[in-house]
Write a protein that binds this ligand. Structure first.
Ligand SMILES: NC(=O)c1ccc[n+]([C@@H]2O[C@H](COP(=O)([O-])OP(=O)(O)OC[C@H]3O[C@@H](n4cnc5c(N)ncnc54)[C@H](O)[C@@H]3O)[C@@H](O)[C@H]2O)c1
Length: 396
């Protein structure tokens, strides 16, 4: 079929298999161009199919020659209906890994469930024995709690009072004012249940209980802080409470791994265009201004550049992992540079519909958004008849 982007609001309903393949190949090429990293050799990535998790899987495999098991929750294709992008990304990743002689298997299902955890433990036991790195990179709006059976929904809302600020519809470029009502009821607890650290700890406990963590094993989860501009809706909002919980969980996990000399870290990453971040009001305007400044300064990074730097310059330097005063690894350091933030804040004051194309990087934002779904890549013939029925080889 001829596959074109079909947008509905902040999501795209279609994905292009060849474009997703190109995306994965580009990331692999980038990692190879940066040279070998003395990193972990047996790696489990939870949330491995898109964004930071996919970049982590690629960096482990093609930077360190690691065997990888990837867990994700993606929609396979149906005749005439494309798969979700993470499905096509994972198909392409496995193909490239296998061509390079690397072990790569994937599990598609709900990582919050006991069943998927058990399936993953069984696979590690059978094929790898133990893992020495566990990346936890889930981003989900819901979690069915495996013990209580409660379905928790996360919300992206301020706490205490209504937050009003500018936002942009990145499709039309229209800048407008948006008001977000504060959270209510159990919103904070629910958001912590979905995006906090409980499930991360459950994974690590389950792996350790079956002796599947190698001595000295490391686990890393991803967080975000961001500037004062977005604070009310992000870091001081409901999602920020979940990130506080995730960051606190790193310490309890580290304590629980003391006997095997293991360590849990949270890495604070930079703001990037993903399906989740596009849906948060205010954030797309911030990102389009941030991209403009960071590109001008020559310090712009995507997921793959971020994770390459995380591995090579933070996790696997051969000496202690550098952290901030709260024990977090910081690869949002360039985003948070005072000069970058001052410039973004100035542009924020000026931004209106009429000047945003010029003072912001709306074009870069849109391109990144299309890229998430495998569109707008050089070297892909989007007019060609394309087979949507692609298998992930280890799942097929
Ligand atoms: N995007 C940003 O700007 C940004 C910045 C800093 C930190 N982070 C954090 O990085 C982490 C990953 O975010 P991302 O932006 O890469 O997200 P993403 O949406 O690109 O990736 C999410 C991954 O989780 C998987 N997933 C979701 N629900 C699942 C489930 N129930 N079971 C199994 N797999 C499931 C998806 O299949 C996918 O592989 C999150 O913790 C996020 O908060 C994101």
């Amino acid at each position: 079929m001829i596959i074109e982007p079909r947008m509905r609001g902040f999501i795209c309903l279609t994905a292009h298999p060849k474009g997703c393949e190109q995306n994965v190949k580009n990331q692999i090429e980038y990692i190879k161009s940066k040279g070998a990293i003395e990193g972990a050799k047996k790696v489990l990535v939870i949330g491995a199919s898109t964004g930071f998790g996919l970049a982590s899987r690629i960096t482990s495999a093609f930077g360190s020659g690691a065997a990888t098991i990837g867990v994700f929750f993606e929609k396979p294709p149906l005749e005439g209906k494309t798969a979700s992008p993470g499905w096509y990304n994972s198909a392409a990743f496995e193909n490239e890994a296998h061509k390079a002689g690397l072990y790569a298997k994937s599990i598609n299902g709900d990582a919050f469930s006991n069943e998927v955890k058990q399936q993953t433990l069984d696979l590690i036991k059978k094929d790898l024995g133990q893992v020495d790195l566990v990346i936890y990179s889930l981003a989900s709006p819901v979690r069915l709690h495996p013990v209580t059976g409660v379905l928790h929904r996360s919300v992206l809302k301020p706490i205490g009072s209504t937050f009003t600020n500018k936002t942009v519809d990145f499709h039309s470029g229209k800048v407008s004012e948006v008001s977000i009502e504060p959270c209510s009821g159990d919103d904070i607890e629910n958001t912590i249940a979905v995006m906090g650290g409980e499930d991360w700890a459950m994974w690590i406990d389950a792996l350790k209980a079956e002796n599947l963590l190698a001595p000295g094993a490391t686990t890393v989860a991803y967080s975000y802080i961001g500037p004062s501009l977005t604070e009310a809706v992000y870091r001081k909002g409901t999602i920020g409470r979940a990130k506080d919980h995730l960051e606190a969980t790193a310490f309890t996990i580290t304590d629980s791994l003391e006997d095997i000399n293991g360590k849990a870290y949270v890495s604070v990453n930079k703001a990037l265009v993903t399906q989740a971040s596009s849906a948060i009001p205010v954030i797309p305007l911030y990102i389009s201004l941030l991209y403009k400044i960071m590109k001008e300064e020559g310090i712009h990074e995507g997921c793959i550049e971020q994770i390459q730097r995380l591995y090579q310059q933070r996790l696997y330097t051969g000496s202690d992992v550098p952290t901030d005063e709260k024990g977090r690894i910081r690869i949002d350091d360039w985003e948070m540079r005072a000069d970058v933030q001052e410039k973004v804040a100035k542009l924020w004051e000026q931004a209106v519909t009429e000047n945003l194309e010029e003072i912001g990087d709306l074009e870069g934002y849109r391109k990144d958004f299309y890229n998430l779904f495998g569109f707008d890549f050089e070297g892909v013939d989007y007019k060609a008849d394309t087979n949507e029925m692609v298998n992930v080889s280890s799942i097929a």
